[in-house]
Write a protein that binds this ligand. Sequence first.
Ligand code: FAD
Length: 399
Amino acid sequence: MDFQLTPEQQRLQRKCLELAADFATRSAVHDRDASHPVENYNRLREEGFLALTIGAEWGGAGASFLDHTIAYEALGQGCPSTALAFNMHASVVMPLLESAEVSAETKRRLVELVVRQRKLIAGNFSEPVTTSLLGERPLKTRASRANGGYRVTGRKMFASMLEAADFVLVMAYPDEATSPSAAMILMLPRMAEGRRAEPDWDVLGMRATRSDSLVLEECWVPEDAAVYRSEDMRPFRHANLNWFWGSYTPVYLGVAQAAFDELRRVVHARRPEGYAQPLAYHADVRRHVAEISAELEAARLITYRSAWLSDTQGPTPETTAALYRAKYMVGAAVSRITRTALTLGGAHGIFKTSRLEQLFRDGALGPLHPPPSDFCLYNIGLYELGIDPADLMPPLKPA
Ligand SMILES: Cc1cc2nc3c(=O)[nH]c(=O)nc-3n(C[C@H](O)[C@H](O)[C@H](O)COP(=O)(O)OP(=O)(O)OC[C@H]3O[C@@H](n4cnc5c(N)ncnc54)[C@H](O)[C@@H]3O)c2cc1C
């Protein structure tokens, strides 16, 4: 197996690290204010990141899922919220462009918006009732036919960059559907009537993603706003787990790398009074740094391999298990690494002005960000034991 990044991947990584260095200069302010890093989104837009992974035949840059992984790991090192929220765009646009269930005409319109008009697209599938631990998405938001289009009513939650994006793709239950797993995805412009954001995103970490709630009251959209519809959306979700879930993993890997870099800077810079050497020379510090180095490299390799499998095999059971393994390992690594960095950073590191303090809070979301660690382990267990999920009892007593 070749572990060397190609020259194009190295160029992409360098570009993303450059952007990350710029984003890092404003990350603390956006974190403190929980404000949209709009200037970062605009920079990414100008640099072609809206169409990074869109196929060359559509006018995009044709980057692979592995390229995307390398890019978002680097972006995540600057302003984690910027990388996490901006990734929402690719994570919802790419499944639509790659799915055989989406018409060629819809794909053409989507490409026109994204590649030609450079529109930024958010995605809001979650609702207050969503639980990632069970991996199910019962939809309370309803779409009913009206006046040659659809009226959408419901309450969505956790909509990253909602008020900064040009459109949001909303998942709703079609009123006339009968199957419980039916769903449709509708594209709502930022200014649609009957749509408002509820700014409730006052949270621990990833504050600048501004993942607010979206309230829809009889919000009307034309027929062609419905970009996906199925009586059973589970195969669509499953076939695109790389984008829906796996594409966030490298952002948390980037958070872990940023904490490691900051920790090494801090222990080299801090020399206790009366000693000739900084804290980096202390044996315990060296040991912790070595442990982080090994853990980070393991998490990186497992993540890159999962992306490589996704590119080379598609959504096979092996790829899916690898994506879950990667998310689990990165979740564990980022929370341990940011915790250790904070501990070694000492009381000087817990001030609001400290980067370690922010990375600790951003990193804390790693294990719970969907797919959460327990859900990953649940699925890896099924894969390794060759168990069909249909043969299992529900994990909780049904109502
Ligand atoms: C940083 C971040 C960004 C995100 N961005 C997006 C996005 O852009 N778009 C998107 O669609 N999703 C987004 N998500 C949401 C994510 O995909 C999950 O759906 C979301 O986190 C909810 O799943 P959960 O398992 O965390 O739910 P939990 O909060 O664990 O809730 C589990 C279940 O318990 C119930 N519950 C929770 N609290 C209570 C209570 N006090 N009493 C009774 N019941 C309760 C809930 O209703 C739910 O059924 C984001 C999440 C994060 C962390």
